[in-house]
Design a protein around this ligand. Structure first.
Ligand SMILES: O=C(O)CCC(=O)C(=O)O
Length: 314
């Protein structure tokens, strides 16, 4: 089972219907797919790789010297030398990351970082909005319906954040994950991952629920996945998928994840009828996204169903 790679440029041509069918399968059967020919200039993507590589060079010493996970792993390896029993680290991740939002301060070094990433974020936001439109069409919702939910009926701009991460080489990848398995909390996630260093794995909906599938690096592709809020809005039709990042011994994996989410005060509720045939058992609650996030931050690496249940009883 391989994660689909879809040529997004075909959406605007004779192969629109076939492309829509591929996107439907991506959302429903896998929860993840990759888009190529998105319209984002390769030249911009090359600059993004360069400035993100440069910024990590400035952060690298800090990661090695003071990252808590690096320290925890070093302690574990010491214990192993003393022949004590050691167990995999289950409460930390082997990653270096920071977040970009238009209204928060940005790193000023390297000088080209801010300008390049602002340009990149504008492109990704356009792509996210186009994809939400595609999703509305596929679900038979009126145009702009999901955006209306995300913006609290047009009161505010949808939340849009970008997480810049590196997963540096890890001496003992069997003792810690790059990022532990989770589903994403929000709406639509667009990920620009490393061209060469893999590590992202998904549990596809159409699989046996146990076998992790690699999201293979594809040059200049954008990986798409959906979060828990899209699962509720689509009444379970587009479920958020479990994914994780394996730590690797060699290579420093870069990933830039853009999150297009509802605002915290947005009311999230199913927008289409339940077609699962499971009746009441499949019903999702209605809640404020901010309330969901309060539960999510404490339970990110646990199953999502208790989170939905917690919101149902509020
Ligand atoms: O780094 C990645 O490729 C994915 C990151 C991710 O899943 C997350 O930050 O929630």
């Amino acid at each position: 089972m391989a994660i689909p790679v879809i040529d997004f440029s075909k959406l605007d041509g004779d192969e629109r219907a076939a492309t829509l069918a591929e996107i439907t399968a991506g959302f429903q059967e896998y929860g993840f797919f990759q888009l190529v020919n998105t319209g984002i200039p390769d030249e911009l993507l090359e600059r993004v790789k360069k400035v993100c590589g440069d910024i990590y060079e400035l952060r690298e010493d800090g990661f090695e010297e003071s990252n808590p996970t690096v320290k925890a792993l070093a302690r574990l390896v010491d214990q192993e030398r003393e022949e004590l029993v050691v167990r995999k680290i289950e409460d930390m991740d082997w990653e270096d990351s920071f977040t970009l939002q238009d209204d928060l301060p940005w790193p000023s070094n390297p000088p080209a970082f801010k300008e390049t990433m602002m340009e990149y974020r504008r492109e990704l936001k356009k792509l996210a909005e186009k994809l939400l439109g595609v999703m509305e069409e596929l679900l038979g919702l009126e145009e702009g319906r999901i955006r209306k939910v995300f913006t609290n009926d047009g009161d505010l701009e949808a939340f849009y954040g970008t997480k810049v991460s590196h997963y540096p080489p890890c001496p003992r990848p069997e003792l810690v994950d790059g990022l532990r398995a989770h589903t994403d909390a929000g709406g639509l996630i667009l990920l620009f991952q490393d061209d060469r260093v893999g590590g992202l794995q998904v549990l596809p909906h159409g699989g046996d629920g146990r076998r992790w599938v690699d999201v293979q690096p594809v040059e200049n592709a954008i990986v798409v996945n959906t979060g828990d809020q899209i699962e509720v809005i689509t009444n379970g039709r587009y479920k958020s998928a479990w994914h994780r990042i394996l730590a690797t011994r060699d290579g420093n994996r870069r990933s830039i994840a853009s999150f297009y989410n509802p605002v915290r005060m947005a009311t999230i509720a199913p927008a289409i009828p339940d077609t699962s045939g499971n009746g009441a058992a499949a019903a999702y609650p209605s809640f404020k996204f901010g309330d969901y996030m309060e539960v999510y931050v404490k339970q990110k690496f646990q199953a999502k169903e208790p989170r939905f249940a917690a919101l149902a009883t509020k």
